[in-house]
Design a protein. Sequence first.
Length: 121
Amino acid sequence: MDPVFVQAGAFAVRQTAMLAANLLSTGMMKGRDPKDVDLVVQTLSSRQQYPSHGSVIDADEATRLGLRVQKLSPGGTVLSATIPWTSASALEAPTPSPKAANARQIRVCRDWSTGKFMADQ
């Protein structure tokens, strides 16, 4: 294996962990101890807890991890008129494969002014 590629991969992993820690500490884990944030970053990025990028982390699991989430009522809207598009983003998770029997489709919204994520299940 080419050492340059190994070095580039290691750098990318470090950069991603730093970005994740920064985003969590200013958003879903704002005000929490940096050690708690680092533990969550390690948990999310290791294959021990979540073996693939497609692993499902629902609102309950996110809460267990220590992330700040707000469940929305079933059938509710993801973005309301009070959250302008310029300060929020929304994404819709892809429909889970038939193999993922426990997977659920959720919609997530982040209010960038507060850093909170809301999940509509």
